[in-house]
Design a protein around this ligand. Structure first.
Ligand SMILES: C[S@@+](CC[C@H](N)C(=O)[O-])C[C@H]1O[C@@H](n2cnc3c(N)ncnc32)[C@H](O)[C@@H]1O
Length: 327
């Protein structure tokens, strides 16, 4: 490894390992600090007024991907009458609010961290313009009314309790933070109807943990990375092939996958031999994909018969950027 990278990697590992200890020993304090700092994970450009565009883009993307995949004939019908679970909504319930406005029958959220903002002026600054831009009157009072029965489930136990109740599961920039994807999909298999649809956007980039290359975070050996990341929700480092066969292990059919970001194979080759195991022997194309849309359905959904059983990374199409937001 280049000495300059080593000079970056050692303090980075130390910083994250210390932070991880705080999250491990005092998770409620850590969540409270994230809340107080309004740390949303969206990035500074998508805060305040920028959040309105962001959430409009997020919801529109779910609708467009659903229509592109044939889950709905008309994009605007995605949420109508659905019972929706949003994984990892983050610090607002903006997506829940928009789903309600679009006719969802039930919306609930599950987040591993209790970071929903309690700051009324912050939330109001997002919800009011969101509603106004969609042509809905009533402002803050109407938003509160719509969100009154939107439950945020505080634990996996709470999520797993009860009947199979969701027929639409959505997430954005969440699955890459889930430390045990099989446990999460096991939960989803328990709480979704047999004809449920899942739409996930997964961000496989480094989330800022780099020196000068998008794959630098794959340099940390697994044992070191676990000490840095086990309790903080840092990326799990699962690469795209790990998502293509995830659903099938839990009874879901993958009916669409499309890459959102890629680097070139030459860029992969520039660092691959310096990456930790198993990344240093992974297929170049698998390392080159840095984001993916996934659409999965339950066994009784009409699209289940069109499952992409053997989709490989090499055959992964590019997601249709022309119908998607810039977020
Ligand atoms: C980058 S943020 C994205 C938040 C939101 N979806 C958005 O687009 O603004 C990642 C979210 O995933 C949540 N998260 C992390 N691990 C999770 C898990 N195992 N299950 C559910 N949510 C999780 C985090 O707390 C955070 O809210």
């Amino acid at each position: 490894m280049r000495p300059s990278k080593l000079l970056w990697a050692i303090p980075s590992a130390t910083f994250h390992a210390t932070r991880n200890q705080v999250f491990k020993r005092a998770p409620r304090v850590a969540s409270a600090l994230l809340r107080l700092g309004n740390v949303s994970g969206r990035g500074g450009a998508h805060e305040g007024p920028g959040a309105t565009d962001y959430f409009r883009g997020v919801v529109s993307d779910y609708e467009q991907i659903a229509a592109h995949t044939g889950v709905v004939a008309d994009a605007k019908d995605l949420f109508r009458n659905r019972r929706v679970l949003e994984l990892g909504p983050g610090d607002t319930r903006a997506v829940a609010l928009m789903a309600k406005l679009r006719g969802a029958r039930l919306v609930e959220g599950y987040d591993a961290f209790d970071i929903t903002s309690r700051d009324e002026s912050y939330l109001r600054g997002i919800y009011e313009p969101l509603m106004a831009r969609d042509g809905h009157d009533g402002g803050w009072e109407r938003a509160k009314e719509l969100l009154r029965d939107v439950r945020m489930l505080p634990s996996r136990e709470a999520l797993r309790a009860g009947e199979k109740r969701y027929d639409l599961v959505i997430s954005r920039a969440v699955l890459e933070h889930v430390s045990d994807l099989d446990a999460t999909f096991d939960d989803l298999a328990r709480v979704t109807t047999p004809d449920a649809v899942q739409i996930h956007k997964v961000d496989l980039r480094c989330h800022g943990n780099k020196f000068d290359h998008e794959l630098d975070f794959l340099m940390f050996p697994d044992a070191v990375y676990r000490r840095m990341a086990s309790h903080t929700g840092m990326p799990n480092r699962v690469r795209v092939p790990g998502y293509l066969d995830l659903g099938a292990r839990h009874g879901f059919s993958l009916v669409y996958a499309g890459a959102t970001h890629r680097i070139s194979v030459a860029e992969v080759d520039a660092v691959r031999e310096h990456l930790a195991s198993p990344f240093n022997v992974m297929a170049r194309e698998a390392l080159a994909v840095l984001g993916v849309w996934l659409v999965l359905v339950g066994p009784e959904h009409p699209l289940a018969s069109k499952a992409l059983h053997d989709l490989t990374t090499e055959a992964l199409p590019v997601a249709p950027a022309e119908i998607l937001s810039r977020f």
